[in-house]
Design a protein around this ligand. Structure first.
Ligand SMILES: Cc1ncc(COP(=O)(O)O)c(C=O)c1O
Length: 407
């Protein structure tokens, strides 16, 4: 069955829903594995923790980048291997730490947290391997650091490293660096990887060659705008392999990880909804859709950011806001006739604007529309409790065309 026919059939049953395509997820996992043969990948499940998606991705052998205790537990239930789950987030509670000691490698995010993990491990009579998140003296584009809430500043890390080594019940075995998401230029990411490998080499020296893992974070973006291109993962992977050859001796025992969320699932998701109403007001045409800002917030937030800032150069603020037209909208059945319309949602706010005064194929009440780029940072970030609207369904299209509806 064609995808459009599947959408049509599902639309008879559901008012609005996400459709995630397993085949696309599998293709993207394959692309990473093929192009980065020396790297282990962790799925950043904050982007989409749908249980079927977790099964698909963990079923391919990936580990987890967990950002909360709940994400640690969801991942551990499936992966059952502490070494493949890294738990990195600022502001972990004592309970978060205690309950993850045996389920994940905890990445400490501050000096306080390093001490706290040591104290809790001691109380529990365990010695645990941990990583430390470093806020490096470089960004993707500059060779200088940036103030922020994540990690321990690089200079402070080196200043305190001997103190960390003497703390009881913890062994510092890894570092984590993540400085940006959604980069499309492979040369920029490549340069960043080079800086991280250099940092890891210096850390390893200070740790008496005891470093066991380096987590290079994320950064690999996806095309959202029509004119965007995919990251050249082939060239990126080849460059990284080359760099790894040059520091083979220094980082001999170090396992290297990359975290990724949107690259795996962003393009695999569609958001499908319906025209609820049409009207004219003061000479302007309005199309009212079901569940937009509250079901799939991204197109509406694009409009909001555009309304309140410079629409040509809005500030990207990942993962909430990427760019002004990050999801394109399509009618399932396209009529030749066009009209100028403002497309909005059905919430009690004028802020759920999806498109303002655009030329769009004519639609009628009941017509089905769908948005692309809806697999990542979409359902998880949509304010679904507003007005107690019905939550959109989540549907998985398996590679054999079986349909799974998430309960
Ligand atoms: C620490 C960290 N790792 C990984 C990611 C995943 O980023 P992406 O979905 O762009 O791959 C994020 C995103 O916010 C992050 O903060």
């Amino acid at each position: 069955m064609e995808k459009k026919d599947i959408i049509k059939k599902l639309s008879e049953e559901f008012d609005s829903f996400y459709l995630y395509d397993e085949e696309i997820i599998l293709e993207r996992i394959k692309a990473l594995k093929e192009n980065f043969p020396s790297i282990k990948f962790l799925y950043s499940l904050k982007t989409n923790p749908n249980p079927h998606i977790l099964d698909i991705i963990y079923g391919q052998g990936l580990g987890a980048d967990a950002a909360s205790l709940s994400e640690v537990e969801k991942s551990y239930d499936r992966i059952k291997d502490q070494k493949k789950i890294q738990y990195s987030a600022p502001g972990k509670s004592k309970e978060d730490i205690r309950k993850s000691l045996d389920k994940a490698i905890i990445i400490a995010d501050s000096l306080n947290e390093i001490k706290l993990i040591s104290e809790i491990a001691k109380e529990e009579n365990k010695t645990v391997k941990i990583g430390i998140r470093i806020n490096p003296n470089f960004t993707f584009t500059d060779n200088k650091g940036m103030a922020g809430k994540f990690g321990v500043d690089e200079d402070l890390f080196f200043e305190k490293i001997e103190d960390f080594k003497s703390l009881e019940n913890i062994e510092i075995k890894g570092i984590h660096v993540h400085s940006k998401s959604q980069e499309l230029n492979y040369e920029v990411i490549k340069n960043y990887y080079k800086n991280i490998l250099d940092l890891a080499t210096r850390v390893n020296e200070k740790l008496d060659c005891d470093l066991e893992f380096l987590n290079m974070g994320s950064g690999i973006g996806i095309p959202y705008e029509v004119e965007d291109d995919e990251v050249d993962v082939k060239s990126l992977g080849a460059s990284l392999e080359e760099f790894l050859q040059t520091c083979k001796e220094e980082l001999d025992k170090v396992e290297i990880y990359i975290e990724t969320g949107r690259y795996l699932v962003g393009k695999a998701g569609l958001y499908v909804t319906k025209v609820r109403d049409k009207k004219s007001s003061f000479g302007k045409n309005f199309v009212i859709l079901s569940n937009t800002l509250n079901g799939f917030y991204r197109p509406s937030i694009n409009m909001m950011v555009g309304l309140y800032t410079d629409f040509e150069n809005p500030p990207a603020n990942e993962p909430l806001f990427t760019s002004s037209n990050s999801s394109q909208i399509f009618p399932l059945e396209e009529r030749a006739e066009k009209e100028t319309v403002t497309i909005m949602g059905n919430l009690c706010t004028g802020a759920d604007v999806v498109r303002k005064e655009i030329e769009f194929p004519k639609v009628e009440i009941g017509d089905v529309l769908y948005f692309n780029n809806a697999g990542s940072y979409s359902i998880v970030l949509s304010p679904m409790q507003f007005a107690s609207m019905e939550r959109p369904k989540e549907v998985i299209l398996r590679k054999d065309n079986e349909i799974l509806v998430t309960e």
